[in-house]
Design a protein around this ligand. Structure first.
Ligand code: NAP
Length: 283
């Protein structure tokens, strides 16, 4: 009998979350405000920022867009962040990454008031996450956990393998899974026999940035697969580019219990969790 995995509908789950956030904003006395800083003219970053601002408007969050020229000095970026830190109508500050090479992302992120750090990248928030204190949690891992828990509410005792150890995703994802009482294996580019590691996973999370790297025979029967990767590849048949994840989706469908598609899986959850973090910051 052939297996066909349950497809985790991130688009619908994110829409439900956004609807509940909209209700919370409507009921709240405070109108949450998110400042978005974009440096330069990177087209992908422009699209991300546009989508975030539109999503804010949809749920009633006020957004303040700050577009700075590519050659802005670090001092000018820091001055803007200090000003936004002090503003009562700005509850969240999002600095769109990556920054141009002459700007140090660590210096800039560390200038953000940790309570307004809706991306959860300030070391104070990372430290709180690790110690189990209430923190601003990075949006993509937070969204991935929500998706996982729609499949299985209690993850206790499951073996989770996370491929990737970035500060943005892999490391916080590992911490969130530990808090859920999973046994966590964190893999990276130096991991020996990655396919074999993956075959031991009840939960397999791929955040690498390599198109369709995780093959069907790397996946244990009945595993839950969360595909975080977003990779653009050319389709020679249509001559157009298309998005694929880090997992060979069609193969994985035959093995997994549940899987997120790309697009329409983790991606929509990232923005929904950004809105949730902004509302949390306003409270
Ligand atoms: P990143 O900072 O480039 O990290 C990639 C990780 O993958 C690193 O830890 C790296 O290991 C590991 N890696 C690279 N090649 C590997 C290999 N052959 N075998 C095993 N591990 C390998 O990327 P990221 O920011 O975490 O993002 C990862 C992917 O998720 C990207 O495709 C990105 O576009 C996507 N993403 C999606 C969302 C969303 O909203 N859906 C949000 C964030 C990221 P080392 O540490 O050893 O170098």
């Amino acid at each position: 009998m052939t297996n066909t995995a349950h497809i985790i509908d991130g688009k619908q789950i994110a829409a439900n979350l956004r609807a509940s956030l909209k209700d919370r904003v409507t009921e709240s006395k405070i109108r949450p405000g998110l400042a978005v800083i974009l440096v330069g003219e990177d087209p992908a970053s422009q699209v991300y920022v546009r989508n975030k601002i539109k999503a804010c408007a949809d749920v009633g969050i006020q957004s303040f867009e700050h577009i700075l020229p590519e050659n802005v000095s670090e001092n000018e970026v820091l001055q803007l962040i200090y000003e936004l830190n002090g503003r009562a109508d700005v509850h969240g500050i999002l600095l769109q990454l990556p920054l141009p090479k002459h700007l140090n992302p660590d210096t800039c992120v560390m200038a953000i008031d940790p309570e307004k750090d809706v991306d959860g990248l300030h070391p104070q928030n990372i430290g709180k996450l690790v110690t189990g204190l209430d923190a601003m949690v990075p949006c993509t891992p937070q969204g991935s956990l929500i998706l996982l828990k729609t499949v299985q509410a209690d993850l206790t005792g499951l073996h989770a393998v996370v491929i990737g150890r970035s500060v943005l995703f892999g490391k916080p994802m590992g911490q969130l899974l530990l808090q859920e009482n999973c046994t966590v294996t964190q893999c990276h580019s130096h991991t020996k026999d990655l396919p074999d590691m993956c075959r031991q996973a009840d939960i397999l999370i791929a955040a690498v940035g390599r198109p369709q790297m995780v093959k069907g025979d790397w996946i244990k029967d009945g595993a839950i697969v969360i595909d975080v990767g977003i990779n653009r590849i050319d389709n020679p048949e249509t001559g157009k580019a298309r998005l694929v994840g880090d997992v060979a989706y069609d193969e994985a469908l035959q093995k997994a219990k549940a899987i997120t598609p790309v697009p329409g899986g983790v991606g929509p959850m990232t923005i929904a969790c950004l809105l949730a973090n902004t509302i949390k910051a306003a409270k």
